[in-house]
Design a protein. Structure first.
Length: 353
């Protein structure tokens, strides 16, 4: 094997030429580019240099801008993921804290019922219940006024003779007038699509309420003065209470329930609907009733000012003595305008009335 060898060539050391050293350009002056560089290249010799303080400041500015861009990208990405999770239901959002439904006049929507059907006693139905009817094509979810040419031709408006059970013998200034409004679905489900049959059912609500109230010597009664079908498709009862108390519900004749209340002098308005069970009241003139008479009695008590904690000793039921004390105030909320033994009815005539 041949040995590996290497050879080096010794370069002579550079020699300085005699004479004066090269002249350096004065500060802040220009000089031509060295050989081999583009003629467009210009070299500048500045006196001094950029201070460290300025360098740090520029780095901070650059870093801040970079972080802002990174944070924006991260936020957008997190928001996109959260929205996707919300759509797919993979995360649970707690409902907003709502005011006490027994005290507040205006309530926000809630995700869960305030009351449950099991909390109430129901009047027995003489006939078996029927399935929930479908939502009508013209159902009005929030309520809007109608023009004269939009009023249905089969709309019936009239006063009829009717005596509310349990009112006889009660002083006029202790009788609270109630206007009941109901959805078309309620008439189909609980009146067999007949306004006449529905009047019998609702009259039973008032009979049960007056018996309960007067059994404790309250010397007060509720009187039915109006039963009106509304152009409204009820939903969750707190939403319904919102719409009712704000005057956002209209009849098929295009009249706001608030205006109807003033027209007939109703102290209270009860909305009868089918969606869900139970009921809710804001403690004054408006309350919602789903299904039966026990709920009507209970929510009407709340409208009188009664509270859940007011109970008879030994678990014997509600103490409604407060109703007797509050009756004069409730009966004077609106001046009576409907004649005694008379009720105003308004409904769509479907041929079953």
């Amino acid at each position: 094997m041949m040995p590996i060898t290497s050879s080096f060539t010794t370069m002579p050391a550079p020699q300085r030429t005699s004479g004066q050293p090269p002249t350096r350009p004065a500060p802040n002056t220009f000089r031509p580019a060295p050989q081999g560089y583009s003629n467009s290249t210009i070299y500048v010799k500045k006196s001094g240099g950029i201070g460290w303080g300025l360098i740090v400041f520029l780095l901070l500015i650059t870093g801040g801008v970079g972080y802002a861009i990174y944070a924006k990208i991260s936020y957008d990405k997190a928001l996109k993921i959260a929205n996707e999770q919300h759509v797919t239901g993979s995360i649970y959002s707690l409902p907003e804290i709502a005011p006490d439904p027994e005290k507040e006049e205006i309530l926000p929507p809630l995700d869960t019922p305030v009351f449950d059907e099991g909390d109430f006693h129901f009047l027995p139905d003489k006939e078996p219940d029927i399935p929930e009817p479908p939502k009508p094509a013209g159902g009005n979810p929030t309520g809007t006024p109608k023009k004269p040419n939009e009023i249905p031709k089969n709309l019936v408006r009239k006063e009829i003779s009717h005596t509310t059970p349990g009112v006889a013998g009660i002083p006029e200034d202790r009788v609270v007038d109630v206007l009941c409004v109901y959805t078309s679905q309620y008439k189909v489900r609980y009146g067999r699509d007949s306004a006449t049959e529905l009047l019998k059912r609702v009259s039973g609500f008032f009979e049960e309420s007056n018996k309960k109230y007067q059994s404790q010597g309250t010397n007060t009664a509720v009187r039915l003065i109006g039963l009106v079908e509304i152009d409204y498709y009820d939903s969750y009862m707190v939403n319904d209470l919102n719409h009712l108390s704000r005057g956002k519900i209209y009849t098929y004749g295009g009249v706001s329930t608030h205006d109807l209340r003033s027209q007939f002098g109703a102290d209270m308005i009860a909305l009868l609907g089918t969606k869900g069970g139970g009921g809710v009241s804001n403690g004054n003139a408006f309350f919602i009733v789903k299904r039966g008479g026990g709920i009507f009695t209970h929510e009407c008590q709340h409208a009188y000012g009664w509270g859940h904690g007011e109970q008879l000793p030994d678990g014997k039921g509600d103490d409604v003595s407060k109703l007797g004390r509050n009756a004069p105030g409730r009966s004077s909320w609106m001046p009576s305008k409907v004649k005694s033994n008379t009720v105003y009815v308004e409904y769509l005539n479907t041929g079953k009335n």
